[in-house]
Design a protein around this ligand. Structure first.
Ligand SMILES: NC(=O)c1ccc[n+]([C@@H]2O[C@H](COP(=O)([O-])OP(=O)(O)OC[C@H]3O[C@@H](n4cnc5c(N)ncnc54)[C@H](OP(=O)(O)O)[C@@H]3O)[C@@H](O)[C@H]2O)c1
Length: 234
């Protein structure tokens, strides 16, 4: 039974939808707040007992350490960590028009790939004390090598492919300690990142991801899937 969850990048988009989904289920939610003020602050007023916004920049180790220490003072354990914070900093520029000196590869990796790793490292002691022991990384179909169709968007796609590798390594490392790791494609969502032409509303993705989060996983089950639990090729 999940009681506590931490969700990064929760000011808007999928993160904000996930926060509402877990709150509706009566869970204790810690929500990473990147902006100083957002809808999250307003929502927290309606859920004073169960929602705690935590200022968090996943690229700053000190910020991640502070977040973990703050949560540890409030609850004895954390059941689920959802690494949702992400950036897409580039356009679909063809290779020959691309200024490689401006390619935001390191900035993208810092948020999308190293961010989740910083979070796992610092929250591991709390997660170890949790009953559910689930780390759910929000990945993307853009991280699939086998099914890649893109001809650009290098930085974003490479950051998600690396996040997938990170998820697999963590699963190998943490399986003996009872942890399950998931790398989940949330679908193409109508958010600031996905744009208005996208397929689904982030609430629909959050509903599916909630079901994945509460499921009792076999540690040998697949890792990489979409929000409807359909496996994705690595
Ligand atoms: N949208 C899609 O179609 C789609 C498809 C596949 C995968 N995804 C993945 O789904 C996740 C959520 O995407 P979304 O569409 O909801 O995007 P979004 O609306 O842009 O939300 C992303 C959130 O992450 C925050 N963030 C950015 N840098 C951060 C940092 N250094 N530390 C903490 N938080 C930070 C953003 O804050 P600011 O806005 O203030 O920078 C924002 O609140 C991402 O991991 C994304 O890669 C999205």
């Amino acid at each position: 039974m999940i009681k506590t969850v931490f969700i990064t990048g929760a000011d808007k988009g999928l993160g904000f939808s996930l926060v509402q989904q877990f709150l509706r289920a009566g869970m204790r939610v810690f929500a990473g707040q990147y902006q100083t003020d957002s809808d999250l602050s307003e929502l927290a007023k309606s859920f004073p007992q169960t929602l705690t916004p935590i200022p968090l920049d996943v690229t700053q180790l000190a910020s991640v350490i502070w977040a973990a220490e703050t949560v540890a003072k409030l609850v004895p354990a954390l059941d689920v960590l959802i690494n949702n914070a992400g950036v897409m900093l580039e356009k679909r520029t063809p290779l020959l028009e691309l200024d490689l000196s401006q390619l935001p590869l390191f900035e993208t990796l810092d948020v999308n790939t190293f961010g989740p790793l910083r979070m796992v490292q610092q929250f591991l002691p709390l997660l170890e004390k949790g009953e559910h022991k689930l780390i759910l990384n929000i990945s993307s179909e853009a991280g699939s090598l086998a099914d890649c169709w893109r001809e650009s968007e290098f930085a974003y796609s490479m950051s998600k492919a690396a996040l997938n590798m990170q998820s697999k390594i963590l699963q190998n490392h943490l399986k003996p300690r009872g942890f399950k790791i998931l790398a989940v494609h949330p679908g193409w969502m109508r958010t600031d990142m996905g744009g208005s032409e996208a397929d689904i509303n982030p609430d629909e993705a959050a509903e599916g991801i909630f079901k994945l989060a509460v499921k009792n996983w076999n540690l040998d089950d697949g890792i990489y899937m979409d929000y409807k639990a359909q496996p994705i090729n690595w």
